[in-house]
Design a protein around this ligand. Structure first.
Ligand SMILES: [Zn+2]
Ligand SMILES: [Zn+2]
Length: 263
């Protein structure tokens, strides 16, 4: 059985925790090391027992304290060559023995957990999402997605729990304070996924049998948990599913450690 917790999720910092009870993994470390340590302690986990950190991409909201945690607890860090190239200069020194390279679409085994990195369309050097498999269960994390495509869809389908980006409400973004260039970047094919596309994707996957979803990586300026839940929830209900009965939908709130999910 997997236990999963969104320690932090949002455009201001991300760190997710995955364990099968034996192997303990972090996906990203994009807030301070102290905040991650405290969040882990709040769910009864010891940061010293983390076996590996898997990094999705070099943006600081995902990589800020990767080096700090690796040095403090001697933790191996797994990332693509492009992500290593992108983050090396600002995460500080990492012991060469803890520098681990992964390739998109090539699974690796850590303990009994099979980790599968897959490409995501985002404006970073070589960004990936991850799915984790253990005992026939599949847990998938896909945020920082400019657009949906068939390769990505293939990787996120058939999950027992999917955490998907639902970054912004298009209207809030259009009417909000961000400068034009930033709005254009967020909306681009290599930016971030809006609530309505997240909703359409989740509805499609629900039709295929996926039952548990967490939406995350919410923007602070251009979204809020109620709007995201309402938009994605409406997509799910529009095809006849009952929220909370047929389909579980949760929002990972910015800066708040989520409950622990068991799958
Ligand atoms: Zn991000
Ligand atoms: Zn990013």
């Amino acid at each position: 059985m997997f236990r999963f917790c969104s320690l932090f999720s949002g455009s201001n910092g991300n760190s997710l925790f995955v364990t099968d009870g034996e192997t303990r993994l972090l996906v990203d470390a994009g807030v301070s090391g102290i905040r991650i340590q405290n969040a882990l302690a709040s769910i009864g986990e010891n940061p010293a027992s983390i076996d590996a950190i898997f990094v999705t991409h070099e943006h600081s909201d995902h990589s800020q304290s990767v080096g700090i945690l690796s040095r403090r607890y001697n933790i191996p860090v797994y990332a693509t060559k492009g992500t290593w190239r992108g983050m090396r200069s600002f995460i500080g020194n990492v012991n060469e023995l803890n520098v681990m390279y992964i390739d998109p679409e090539k699974s690796i085994l850590t303990g009994h957990i099979e980790v599968h990195p897959f490409r995501i369309p985002h404006d970073a050097t070589e960004p990936v999402g991850y799915s984790f498999r253990c005992e026939n269960k599949k847990l998938t994390i896909a945020t920082d997605i400019g657009h949906m495509n068939s390769e990505l869809l293939e990787n996120i389908r058939n999950s027992d729990l999917l955490m998907l980006e639902s970054n912004h409400d298009l209207e809030m973004l259009d009417n909000g304070p961000y400068p034009y260039v930033l709005k254009r970047r967020i909306k681009s094919d290599y930016g971030h996924l809006c609530n309505s596309i997240a909703g359409e994707t989740i509805a499609q996957l629900a039709l295929e049998g996926v039952k548990k979803f967490i939406i995350g990586h919410l923007s602070g300026e251009n979204n809020n948990p109620a709007v995201a839940y309402r938009t994605v929830g409406a997509c799910i209900e529009s095809i006849g599913f009952r929220l909370g009965e047929d389909i579980e939908l949760h929002v990972a709130e910015r800066g708040i450690t989520s409950k622990v999910f068991y799958i």
